[in-house]
Design a protein around this ligand. Sequence first.
Ligand code: GRF
Length: 201
Amino acid sequence: MTSITNICVFISGGGTNLQSLIDGEKNGEFAGKIKLVISNKKDAYGLVRAEKAGIKNIWERDNGKILKILKDENIDLIVLAGYLKILPPSIIREYENKIINIHPSLIPSFCGKGYYGLIVHQKALERGVKITGATSHFVNGETDGGPIIFQETVKVLEDDSPEILQKRVLEIEHKVLVKSVKYFCLEKLKVENKKVKILKE
Ligand code: GRF
């Protein structure tokens, strides 16, 4: 019997990725419990989503206070769901291979410093790629540079605008993120030489 994983989700915006995790927990899609939502933006709609779901949620920017709260809440897994602030080394060290990020492209394309939100899709369309997608990965000290967990592709269509493409990719992000959390809770994600092995048993 896998014990329940205590999860903290970090957000900065609308929180549709957070919502996919709230719904996933409710539907029993993973053996985890979202105990806390932290936003660096006071007006993030994701805080409203957390409130509606009865999940403790705070607006906090001080990394020292954040680290203390994570420990007080016995958090086992951090999920960055559209969190636009860089995590400090203190948190990354404390939660090595226990921080999952979702990125709206097929890393290593269209990622790294300055690649977030709509910009990612604008660049993909400018480059004329035929497929893009979503990537979940563990967070290390390098922006979007941690070990890749799962990826899923999305076809780019001739008449796509950045907004339309973002919407299609966002749906895949939700799927990839819930699957990544599920596998983490099942302890099926093993990091070896900076690569993630998906344990079968
Ligand atoms: C989206 O652009 C998504 O691609 C990325 O961060 C943004 C947040 O979306 N992961 P939401 O706040 O989860 O809706």
